[in-house]
Design a protein around this ligand. Structure first.
Ligand SMILES: [Ca+2]
Ligand SMILES: [Ca+2]
Length: 324
């Protein structure tokens, strides 16, 4: 556990891989049917749940060399830590985002927002799916991202909605784009552009001690922690190149892949439309950071994981993707 006082939160917050110390271009495509001309950020509505989806053109159309670069180099990591004064201890959690490698992806639709409580309630009504954790506290919060959902819950939702969870590669590409941005909006951290711990604190939290001091000042009841979320789309200046919002912060987002620490070094990582299918892993990937996290964890290359059946906590949600 991170610090005294955090123990009381274990039922609510599952830190594990997501927290320090593991504690816890305009293009054409026929993909939308009828040979329609689609460009990055074009929108359509999913009639099942009313969700707005944005078009993410394939790398063959949007990227100069037909691929985007996924992950980080050691030099990039060292440079970031030096420039930002981030706690050196946090570097160890970046090994799994190396080596950087080139990835080719087909175009796809991605939810513009994290799936909301209101959408999830519709799903429950249509399918009889079991309620997520802390539903009594969540159910009146229609515009907030649903949380306390497991990977399996998220997958069931996506299946009902006629989609799939995005792969980790799709997620990172939608956040970074052809330019390989560090954050959805660009390469400079800006705490006003996403719902992170630094947004709540109103200042940089570059050390473990600074983050702990902020967190120790919070009320840690379920309603109070749930109140750290923001309605989806509350940070329009945090928009990514393809029009997706809250790709950094608010809630962590489940991806389709199993988590494998060394996956980026495997031949599968450089196949077209890569996906880690290592079922020996008991973990699934989450991306983007959340209201509890500080800048280094909100980087678009950052990989987090938890056990796929866990209904994580007040900071784990998801969005869906569609391939056509
Ligand atoms: Ca998010
Ligand atoms: Ca990591």
């Amino acid at each position: 556990m991170r610090k005294a006082g955090v123990g009381a939160l274990i039922g609510l917050l599952v830190f594990l891989g997501c927290a320090p110390k593991e504690k816890t271009g305009e293009q054409k495509t026929g993909a939308a049917g009828g040979g329609a001309m689609q460009k990055a950020g074009d929108e359509k509505v999913n009639p099942v749940d009313g969700a707005v989806m944005v078009w993410v053109p394939g790398t063959g159309e949007a990227c100069a060399n037909g691929k985007f670069r996924m992950g980080s180099t050691p030099e990039e990591i060292d440079g970031l830590w030096a420039a930002n004064g981030w706690d050196a201890e946090w570097k160890q959690y970046t090994k799994d985002e190396q080596p950087a490698h080139e990835v080719e992806l087909d175009g796809f639709w991605l939810y513009k927002h994290e799936v909301t409580v209101g959408q999830y309630a519709k799903f429950m009504g249509a399918t009889g799916h079991e309620a997520p954790g802390s539903w009594d506290e969540q159910k009146g919060q229609a515009d907030l991202p649903v949380v306390f959902v497991s990977w399996e819950d998220a997958e069931a939702y996506c299946t009902w909605a006629g989609g799939l969870l995005p792969t980790e590669a799709q997620w990172e590409y939608a956040a970074r784009g052809p330019e390989g941005r560090l954050y959805p909006w660009g390469n400079e951290w800006d705490r006003t552009r996403c719902n992170s711990a630094e947004y709540h604190a109103g200042k940089a939290l570059n050390t473990e001690a600074a983050h702990a001091a902020w967190f120790d000042g919070l009320t840690t009841t379920a309603p109070a922690l749930l109140a750290q979320r923001r309605a989806v789309g509350s940070f329009p200046s945090g928009v990514s190149w393809c029009g997706a919002l809250d790709m950094a912060g608010n809630v962590w987002e489940w991806c389709r892949d199993w988590y494998e620490e060394g996956f980026y070094a495997t031949p599968d990582a450089t196949q077209k439309n890569p996906e880690c299918s290592n079922k020996d892993s008991n973990m699934r990937v989450l991306r983007g950071g959340c209201w509890y996290d500080w800048a280094s964890f909100c980087r678009s290359t950052y990989r987090c994981w938890i056990v796929h059946v866990l209904r994580g906590g007040s900071h784990f949600g998801f969005r869906a993707a569609q391939t056509r």
